[in-house]
Design a protein around this ligand. Structure first.
Ligand SMILES: Nc1ncnc2c1ncn2[C@@H]1O[C@H](COP(=O)(O)OP(=O)(O)O)[C@@H](O)[C@H]1O
Ligand SMILES: [Mg+2]
Length: 284
């Protein structure tokens, strides 16, 4: 299909679309994405969290909420996106994952119009769309990183996490010309450890990927309050408002909220939608 034939979304409202990835799984991506959504919401931002970890979607589990409908039900044409969304705490809305997402690239013109119309009707109600992507660097992860306008990579102080984060950054830079990344070290003991991890990733990226620019957007300490909150199916941000992880996720939200992404004028939700429905086939 040619881009000229595809429907285009119209004027934009500055909705920031941010993909959260990690390469390696189990590094705290879902907890940080949900924590960030809640922290932004507590700072007055309107947030939609798209749980796009297709294999291991679990934002609803972290919240102790149940979901039956997914975007697959939207694809079948029986439900609107708003029917599917779960209302989370602090006004955060959650769009549950579905294995049908890659089919979005294959949908008909009328379905594309429907998708754009529905998302556009949300525009005034959103400041941020956060996308919790899957582990790995498969087509889905690359897809969401390309339809998003900003990219955040979570790393821990393990060689496997750093290697996988680097592989993700390398793939997005060399194959897709995406070169700007926020980096957030998680489960670290100190700011020094966070800086060391960031430096290591910067050095490797700088040596081999000359266009890449990394930004240490924040860091989250190892905090027992996080697994304890997971066990009780309450987000740590709400269960433990004074714990170290909550304090730092709030700092991360403040940092990101004051950023103006490059080329923001014509970006945001419209860019996201147009990329979502007009994306080229991915060759991984
Ligand atoms: N800052 C942290 N301190 C302690 N444990 C953490 C922290 N962040 C995440 N965890 C733990 O790591 C595990 C994986 O987190 P999760 O958010 O599900 O990772 P992912 O989405 O990357 O697979 C969870 O059991 C969670 O409790
Ligand atoms: Mg996860």
């Amino acid at each position: 299909m040619s881009d000229s034939k595809a429907p285009m979304a119209n004027e934009d409202r500055p909705v920031r679309v941010l993909a959260v990835s990690s390469g390696k799984g189990g590094v705290g991506k879902s907890n940080i994405t949900l924590g960030l959504a809640l922290a932004l919401a507590s700072q007055g931002k309107k947030v939609l969290l798209w749980d796009a970890d297709l294999g291991l979607a679990n934002t609803d589990v972290l919240l102790g909420l149940r979901t039956k409908l997914t975007i697959h039900d939207w694809l079948k044409g029986k439900k609107t996106l708003r029917d599917i969304v779960i209302q989370g705490p602090l006004g955060v809305q959650i769009l549950p994952a579905a294995s049908g997402i890659l089919e979005l690239g294959e949908i008909s013109e009328s379905e594309k119009k429907r998708l754009i119309t529905e998302f556009e009707s949300w525009r005034d109600e959103l400041d941020f769309l956060l996308i919790d992507t899957a582990a790995g660097i498969g087509p889905n992860v690359i897809f969401f990183n390309l339809v998003a306008q900003e990219r955040l990579v979570i790393v821990t102080n393990e060689p496997t996490s750093l290697t996988d984060a680097y592989a993700l950054i390398k793939s997005l830079s060399t194959k897709h010309d995406q070169n700007q990344f926020y980096v957030v070290p998680n489960m670290v003991k100190s700011f020094k450890e966070a800086k060391d991890i960031f430096q290591l990733l910067s050095n490797v990226s700088g040596s081999y990927l000359n266009k890449v620019s990394l930004d240490l957007a924040g860091w989250i300490p190892y905090d027992e309050a996080v697994p304890a909150a997971v066990r009780s199916q309450k987000p740590f941000f709400l269960k433990d408002p004074n714990c170290a992880a909550t304090k730092n996720i709030s700092l991360l939200a403040t940092y990101l909220a004051q950023k103006t992404p490059p080329g923001f004028g014509g970006g945001g939700l419209v860019l996201f939608l147009n990329r979502l429905v007009n994306r080229p086939r991915l060759v991984d």
